[in-house]
Design a protein around this ligand. Structure first.
Ligand code: 4NP
Length: 165
């Protein structure tokens, strides 16, 4: 399948803690990109610093595994200004993450076109477009399953948007 020239060569997935949503998104994006034959560098980070160096939340690991994704080796880190220089596209799991990322970007005194594009993760999704991927941290199993369903759907939508017809 031919890929549009506008397809990014690197994508960073961002949530609050980098232990539930964005590590799950990192692995799902990596698998779907590989299946689509897309050569994209993929990473994840959190806007917060509480979980730097930690493995993903054990509930997120369990639900990822139940759905065929192994996120056990991922390690949380905090997003930095350099991420805006090093990635083509940064995707925020929810609107608060998007606001926090925009504030970091606005603080970088460099030409906008040299910095990563910023968007809501659900932006291209025909089913969940414009929705947050809800924070599952205080939730039950269903919240973690819902996260996976939304992430699979929105990842597929981004990848479809980069294919030419
Ligand atoms: P995440 O979930 O942003 O999907 O990784 C959270 C993880 C930790 C916290 C909040 C959300 N926390 O407050 O520590």
């Amino acid at each position: 399948m031919p890929i549009k020239a506008s397809a990014p060569s690197s994508v960073l997935l961002v949530c609050l803690g980098n232990i539930c949503r964005s590590p799950t998104a990192e692995e799902i994006f990596r698998q779907q990109a590989a299946i689509a034959g897309l050569d994209i560098k993929i990473d994840s980070a959190g806007t917060g610093d509480w979980h730097i160096g930690h493995a993903p939340d054990t509930r997120a690991q369990r639900h990822a595994k139940l759905n065929g994704y192994n996120i056990s080796k991922l390690v949380a880190r905090q997003v930095t200004a350099d991420d805006f220089r090093n990635f083509d596209l940064i995707l925020a799991m929810d609107t608060q993450n998007l606001t926090d990322l925009q504030a970091i970007k606005d603080g970088i005194d460099e030409p906008e076109e040299t910095l990563a594009k910023l968007a809501l993760f659900s932006e291209e999704d025909p089913t969940y477009g414009g929705d947050d991927v809800p924070d599952p941290y205080q939730g039950e199993s269903e919240a973690f399953e819902d996260v996976i369903e939304r992430i699979e759907s929105s990842t597929q939508a981004w990848i479809e948007s980069w294919k030419t017809n």
